[in-house]
Write a protein that binds this ligand. Structure first.
Ligand code: AMP
Length: 358
């Protein structure tokens, strides 16, 4: 059953992803209510209503459930308990299980390996002793990450050709939280696939984007990616497999490392719309945001065809000063997020340059 026009979609999280979801929801005739503690957040500026409260505030969650025909979210650290509590009274998409899997890098990789999708080798690390053994097993190199709450490369430390000694205090310096050591992947490129699954089980995947990061933050996504068609197909197939295994509804972002021999290792899954899918709003008729709203509203999925090649670039901090010159370019789509203050490292907007395919 699809949501009738005029129905309200609840969105947990009020950042730029929520903002772009709310805009797409409005275009499809829906109303939106956003749960977000920060007043006048990017999403609330374009939504019908904001509930200004913490994501785990029970009264606010009950108000969100009562006022929404379906609830979705724009970030993967929504408390699983909150998603489960909501799901007792209102449909919540993507399902809470996707949050559960994606919130912990060990459960994420265990899940992926369990459905036949390769990842970097990994070892859970709870002490400097564990770290020493794991580094030894990986030949002295690896990347140490916090298991939970990591984003934009935060909470990570790279070890290269380290002797296993001299690690005392490392885990404490990482915050004394559960960690995971991953083997260092000699990747040639980083790619990602944005895919969606509808309420009816239909799956649609966009072309993989090739991503370049700067200081741990996504800098550009380029289409087409410099990979063979078979590699692109393998990435799309892996994303579809993940969606089916999670009985998923909505858009997912899956990041991969592409190796020189064309093989792929999955790095991360994001159970939401994804920064590396922003290009879809300029180069496809149906963007990832509309696709997500279609899925959670029970509407048919749209086409994922790409009518243009393109490069999406994020505007971080003072990059936003480039806006006047960017607007002078033809075939450039600009999107600003309505954030008042351009702090260093803060995502202020993005733009996509398209070149039409002949
Ligand atoms: P993540 O937070 O897992 O997305 O990692 C941030 C960035 O660190 C990735 O986009 C890669 O550039 C790099 N990275 C993460 N994991 C690995 C790995 N196992 N081997 C090599 N580079 C990695």
């Amino acid at each position: 059953m699809s949501l009738p026009a005029g129905a309200t979609i609840g969105i947990i999280g009020g950042g730029q992803l929520g903002r772009m979801l709310a805009i797409s929801a409005a275009r499809l005739g829906y109303r939106t209510v956003v749960l977000e503690p920060q007043a006048d957040c990017p999403a609330a500026q374009v939504a019908n209503r904001q509930i200004t409260a913490a994501y785990d505030d029970q009264t606010a969650l009950a108000e969100l459930a009562a006022g929404s025909a379906v609830v979705t979210y724009e970030f993967e650290n929504v408390p699983v308990a909150a998603a489960n509590a909501l799901a007792a009274t209102v449909p919540v998409y993507p399902p809470a299980r996707a949050l559960d899997v994606a919130q912990d890098r060990v459960s994420e990789k265990t899940f992926l390996n369990g459905i036949g999708i390769a990842t970097a080798d990994f070892r859970p690390v709870d002490s400097d002793h564990d770290l020493g053994s794991a580094l030894k097993a990986f030949g002295g190199s690896g990347i140490l990450k916090t298991r939970r709450m990591g984003y934009d490369g935060k909470g990570q430390r790279v070890f290269r050709d380290m002797e296993a000694g001299g690690l005392a205090g490392t885990c404490q310096a990482m915050g004394g939280v559960p960690l995971v050591l991953e083997s260092l992947v000699p990747f040639e490129r980083e790619i990602s696939v944005i895919a969606a699954r509808g309420l009816d089980g239909a799956v649609a995947a966009y072309d993989p984007a090739e991503n370049v990061h700067r200081n741990g933050i996504l800098h550009t996504s380029t289409l087409p990616a410099g990979i063979e068609p078979a590699t692109a197909e393998a990435a799309r197939t892996a994303a579809s497999k993940i969606l089916s295994a999670l009985d998923y509804v909505g858009v997912i972002g899956v990041e991969f490392f592409a190796l020189a021999d064309g093989s792929l290792l999955a790095n991360e899954i994001a159970p939401r719309v994804h920064n590396s899918g922003h290009w879809t709003e300029a180069a496809c008729v149906v963007s990832q945001f509309e696709q997500h709203i279609r899925a959670v509203a029970g509407l048919p999925l749209g086409s994922t065809d790409r009518h243009s090649d393109c490069v999406m670039e994020n505007l971080i901090g003072d990059d936003v000063l480039r806006v006047p010159e960017l607007l002078a370019e033809p075939d450039l789509m600009l999107h600003l997020y309505g954030k008042a203050e351009a702090r260093p490292g803060r995502k202020m907007g993005h733009f996509t340059r398209i070149s039409r395919r002949t």
